[in-house]
Design a protein around this ligand. Structure first.
Ligand SMILES: NC(=O)c1ccc[n+]([C@@H]2O[C@H](COP(=O)([O-])OP(=O)(O)OC[C@H]3O[C@@H](n4cnc5c(N)ncnc54)[C@H](O)[C@@H]3O)[C@@H](O)[C@H]2O)c1
Length: 274
């Protein structure tokens, strides 16, 4: 059941690759909440993905765009306004890719070409989207932009390698751009720091399964699912959160502020009586 939280709002949703994608769930929820939107992804991913099914289900049009390419992003924002009949109210940045992770290269031996590719795809793409949107004046006053991130930006997770540094940059861009876009147009920009989630990007990380279970055992509420994440994103796109901007918002069942849980102590066999 929807609450019409996004009734009349127009959006752009990136990153829906398959039904496990966080963006896929956001699209389903946004549709349920009365929004109209455009779906976009890198042309190469769209051929493999199942995005058409999602487009049919949600009545969305698909406009391909490589998020590292300024011209394609300009086309995305221009065409989206034409298709949707006005300026954009919300944007989901749900894009992440590290060649170093894909190739299992350890952090201390990173390949710098791959590193730069990762930065371009997963962090600079947010800056590029915002810069293009601002230049075209494509986002409505009080519009809301959300980018997805992970807590490795604040704490070290050895297997997250270069994506840790890349996410730190992504979060910083959200703050920095949030200032300028907020001052000029009241546009809000936040990052949501999500629990480990079983998606293509997530499970591509070495040891993901063990880590998923570890986080689940730490968080008092357990790991937040992709669907939970989508619900949170909807609130951030809605007018109910209109004074929230330039924040990194943890959405992780309490994981980020829990030191240790009894489950983990017990599993390590170090729980003592006193
Ligand atoms: N899965 C997790 O555990 C987890 C946890 C925290 C944050 N996140 C973040 O959530 C976001 C979405 O990832 P997901 O877990 O839904 O996985 P996913 O693999 O379903 O989505 C990643 C998307 O990025 C897209 N992409 C890659 N290169 C692109 C490019 N050049 N241009 C446009 N799009 C491109 C892919 O096609 C894909 O749709 C990512 O930023 C990821 O880092 C994921």
């Amino acid at each position: 059941m929807g609450y019409n939280l996004l009734k009349g709002k127009r959006g752009i949703i990136t990153g829906a690759l398959d039904e496990n994608s966080i963006a896929w769930k956001v699209a389903e929820k946004a549709h349920e909440e009365g929004a109209t939107f455009v779906l976009t992804n890198a042309p190469i991913a769209m051929r493999m993905g199942e995005i058409k099914k999602l487009a049919e289900k949600t009545g969305a049009e698909i406009i391909p765009a490589d998020a590292t390419n300024n011209d394609e992003l300009a086309n995305l924002f221009t065409k989206s306004q034409e298709v949707l009949g006005g300026k954009i109210d919300f944007v989901l940045h749900s894009i992440g890719m590290s060649v170093n992770i894909r190739k299992n290269i350890p952090y201390t031996e990173l390949n710098y070409e791959y590193f730069q590719k990762g930065i371009d795809v997963s962090a600079l793409s947010l800056h590029k989207m915002l810069a293009v949107a601002k230049k075209l004046d494509a986002i409505n006053e009080w519009g809301s932009v959300v980018a997805l991130t992970y807590m490795a930006a604040q704490r070290t997770y050895p297997f997250y390698t270069d994506m840790a540094d890349i996410k730190a940059m992504l979060e910083s861009i959200a703050r920095s751009f949030g200032y300028h876009y907020g001052k000029e147009k009241n546009v809000r920009i936040n990052t949501v720091s999500q629990s480990p989630t079983k998606t293509t990007a997530g499970t591509g990380i070495k040891g993901f399964g063990d880590f998923y279970d570890y986080a689940n055992a730490i968080a008092p509420l357990g790991n937040a699912t992709a669907e939970d994440c989508a619900n949170y994103c909807i609130t951030l796109f809605s007018d109910l959160t209109r004074m929230v901007t330039m924040q990194n918002l943890f959405h992780d069942g309490g994981y980020s502020t829990t030191g240790v849980s009894m489950e983990v102590m017990t599993s390590l066999g170090i729980e003592k009586e006193n």
